[in-house]
Structures are given as C-alpha cells and as structure tokens.
Write a protein of this length. Structure first.
Length: 93
C-alpha cells in the first residue's frame, strides 16, 4: 500500500547537514564572543569570504584551519573539535 522509504539520506545530503550544523555552530559561537565576521576572519588569517562560506555550510577539514578559528574566537581547540565530531555524528543519524 505504501511505498517503502529508506531511512538513509544520500551521502550528499548527510554532508550538507553536517556542514550546516557546523556553520551554524561557528556563527553562534562567533556572535557569542562578540566578533564581527571581519574580525573573526582577520584574526584567523582567513578571507572574509572563506569564513562566510564556513558559516554557510562549508566545513573545513584542515586541522590548522580549525585551530586558527578556535584561536580567533578564543575557545579551546577541543571545543571546536567536539563540534566537528557532533556534526559528523548527526549527519549519520
């Protein structure tokens, strides 16, 4: 009667979900520590467009980039690494 629906999304959708979760977390963290987009980008050594892309859903895989972001927001690297892990796990649900 009803067509079977797979509980699993295609990998592209899971990847997009992970990126959006990570980006939103970075956005909220940046705002909570009182940094503008321009300040965060400058402090991390990024272009504004790169930081904006991350907040929009591009999740960097370079550990050095993640460390620079953590330093710019004055949070521990462990915190940003935990966000990465949680977003990966959420994408697998």
């Amino acid at each position: 009667m009803f067509e079977s629906v797979s509980p699993f999304y295609p990998s592209e959708q899971r990847h997009a979900v992970r990126g959006l979760l990570f980006g939103r977390s970075i956005y909220e963290t940046r705002k909570s520590v009182g940094l503008s987009l321009e300040e965060a980008a400058r402090l991390s050594g990024m272009e504004v467009s790169e930081w904006l892309a991350i907040e929009a859903g591009y999740a960097p895989e370079d550990v050095n980039r993640l460390r620079a972001m953590a330093d710019a927001m004055e949070i521990s690297f462990d915190r940003i690494a935990m966000v990465v892990l949680l977003c990966r796990e959420a994408g697998e649900l």
